[in-house]
Design a protein around this ligand. Structure first.
Ligand SMILES: Cc1cc2nc3c(=O)[nH]c(=O)nc-3n(C[C@H](O)[C@H](O)[C@H](O)COP(=O)(O)OP(=O)(O)OC[C@H]3O[C@@H](n4cnc5c(N)ncnc54)[C@H](O)[C@@H]3O)c2cc1C
Length: 414
């Protein structure tokens, strides 16, 4: 596979870009693999990548029922931050954020990581207390964040109205090394690296059944036939319940649609990411100039992947008080993704009741930022049977009452 570099781009420019090869192969499934990962979203691909890179396990297939990166990974608003409250969360999200810093170099693929800074506005007294508490916790966890004044907010985001009548800006939790990355590129970069290591990424291959004997996994049934495996990773976000059902156990996860929209492109006007959790909206500006706006999750369980008008209205109405300039913008498109919500708003990275089946899910509205850290930890869990990063995210915590409550840091925002 060709290495991307400035010289390669120059060489190809001289020959009308005729020399670029396929970025990943299109293999047919083999009869058996050492490990199968179901789901070629960011988390599934990153898991496969670190299985190969960190643990030398390369006889791996990644099975995807649609196209790779076509689930939530290609539908999110790309916010990356690690300012969570609980220690276990801060550890895995900060691991992920730090891996994003060097991801383009590691994968030799430009994922356009842009650490432009993320702020979470405090617009009520309750939020001030909550975010100050998070900033203190982050200081102890070694995660760099600070609580900033309304004046500092205004200086960082000149288009913001800090004197709104209903929701004045009273300060913000600021993480200067948070930011965004190009979501498709993250999936494509991992896919290219997996394919280069000899792994098989099989698209249009839906898993329809899971075979097991004496409580141990044997393989999967798919739309492309039966495939055996020694280890199986289920990494399917909103479809977790469906796959768990095939394996014969239940998961404490609900599937709901989460929506987002983008405006027409405008001149650069905002170079940080702003989240307004009280009004339930957040916004950043893409490199193309579109205002990327995220809204809420549906209030009922469903598997739709489209937007609905009342959410757009609700989100935009809420944001206009804080960002009056967006009131005249035209909306370009809107969409939805199926997110997997747990009761404590924290993910599950765990062994399951079936031997050698591992599960990674529950990232809900905020798992894009976690992709590299989750893949790193999940690969360790699959390869070695334990990982310090996943220990507290075990499935049994719901039975044991050991919740990792992130409803403040993750329940609303992304
Ligand atoms: C509108 C929206 C905005 C968001 N904004 C943010 C944000 O700003 N920041 C952030 O950190 N996170 C955000 N998220 C959350 C984030 O997108 C997800 O947590 C993350 O992308 C989940 O990745 P994944 O790999 O687990 O899932 P996915 O990318 O959904 O991948 C799962 C894959 O499994 C496949 N699959 C399902 N069933 C089967 C089967 N039977 N056989 C084979 N394949 C199967 C699916 O087709 C899919 O491709 C947002 C999500 C949405 C929807």
């Amino acid at each position: 596979m060709k290495r991307y570099s400035v010289f390669a781009v120059a060489r190809e420019a001289l020959r009308y870009h005729q020399g670029w090869g396929r970025v990943w192969k299109k293999p047919e499934p083999k009869k058996k693999y050492e490990a199968i990962i179901i789901g070629a979203g960011g988390h599934g691909l990153a898991t496969a990548y670190y299985l190969g890179k960190n643990h030398g396990l390369k006889n791996v297939a990644i099975l995807e029922k649609g196209w790779l990166g076509g689930g939530n990974t290609g539908r999110n608003t790309t916010i990356i931050r690690s300012n969570y409250l609980q220690d276990a969360s801060a550890a895995i999200y900060e691991k992920a954020r730090s891996l994003y810093e060097t991801m383009s170099q590691d994968l030799n693929y430009n994922v356009m990581f842009s650490p432009r800074g993320v702020m979470m506005l405090a617009q009520t007294q309750h939020e001030i207390r909550g975010y100050k508490r998070t900033a203190q916790a982050n200081a102890l966890q070694g995660v760099s964040t600070e609580f900033i004044s309304p004046e500092k907010v205004k200086s960082l985001v000149p288009i913001i109205n800090i004197d709104g009548p209903r929701y004045p800006v009273l300060g913000a939790l600021w993480q200067s090394r948070g930011g965004t990355a190009r979501h498709d590129a993250v999936a494509w970069g991992y896919a290219r690296a997996c394919s280069e290591m000899g792994m098989d990424i099989i698209q249009q291959c839906e898993v329809t059944g899971i075979r097991q004997k004496n409580g141990q996994v044997l393989g999967v049934e798919t739309s492309k036939g039966s495939i055996d495996c020694e280890k199986l990773g289920i990494v399917v976000a909103g479809h977790t319940g469906v796959l768990a059902d095939m394996a014969g156990f239940r998961m404490p996860v609900e599937a709901v649609a989460l929506q987002a929209l983008v405006s027409e492109p405008i001149k650069p006007c905002m170079d940080v990411v702003v989240m307004a959790n009280t009004v339930h909206g957040y916004m950043s500006q893409s490199d193309k100039g579109e205002m990327v706006i995220g809204g809420g999750a549906d209030g009922y369980n469903n598997y739709t992947q489209r937007g609905s008008f009342h959410h757009v209205e609700e989100t935009v109405r809420a944001l206009i008080e804080t960002f009056p300039i967006i009131s005249r913008l035209k909306m370009l498109r809107w969409w939805g993704g199926i997110v997997d919500m747990t009761g404590d708003r924290s993910p599950i990275l765990s062994k399951t009741p079936v031997k050698n089946i591992f599960i990674n899910c529950g990232w809900g509205t905020g798992g894009f930022k976690a992709i590299p850290g989750s893949g790193w930890a999940m690969a360790e869990l699959i390869a070695k049977g334990h990982s310090s990063l996943t220990e507290e995210f075990r499935l049994n915590r719901f039975k044991e009452g050991q919740f990792i409550d992130e409803s403040v840091a993750a329940g609303v925002a992304h």
